[in-house]
Ligand binder design. Structure first.
Ligand code: PNS
Length: 163
């Protein structure tokens, strides 16, 4: 499919690092859209552990089996990135109700900035509803078991950071 008939979605996030929950949202999005761009964006409220390049490499390994998914490093506002990439939707995963308030505030701001770009929410699978990059970093810092939260590759990268 080519040009305007092609449906592209963007998945923005900080992915520091990518978790099994993120991968699930990416896989489900890839089944719904012709093309999916996973875009590493800056969250000004968070201090990052991994560089954007390290995060990109990790996500690329996770999504190697998905032929319609690309991983990019973005900059500025997500709505501007979405326009630049010609994506009609931005997808965010929602876990518990605690995510809802924050997500509504960014989605509403984005809607006011760019009315043509929709934000879509995918509900996390129950097994991932308490998985977050912050939790994963805390577990890694204290050398806890990471297998249910991240892939083997990401686990190794976390262990290297905290050794
Ligand atoms: O994975 P995260 O940290 O929850 O992702 C948040 C992110 C990066 C999507 C958000 O902070 C973001 O969109 N940053 C770019 C700046 C922007 O467009 N902010 C929204 C308008 S207020």
């Amino acid at each position: 499919m080519k040009g305007s008939n092609m449906r592209k979605a963007m998945i923005p996030g900080s992915f520091d690092p990518v978790t099994r929950g993120h991968v699930d949202v990416i896989e489900r999005s890839a089944a719904l859209f012709d093309e999916v761009d996973v875009v590493i964006m800056e969250n000004t409220n968070k201090k990052s552990l991994f560089t954007k390049e390290e995060r990109k490499d990790m996500i690329e390994q996770e999504v190697a089996h998905l032929k319609n998914v690309k991983v990019l490093i973005g900059e500025g506002l997500t709505v501007n990135m979405a326009k630049k990439l010609d994506a009609s939707a931005m997808i965010r995963g929602i876990r518990a109700t605690s995510d809802y308030e924050y997500e509504v505030s960014i989605a509403t701001a984005n809607m006011m900035l760019e009315k043509d770009i929709e934000t879509l929410f995918l509900l996390s699978k129950p097994q991932f509803s308490f998985v977050s990059s912050s939790t994963v970093k805390e577990i890694a810092k204290f050398h806890g078991k990471l297998d249910s939260f991240v892939s083997e590759n990401v686990r190794k990268k976390l262990e290297e950071k905290f050794q």
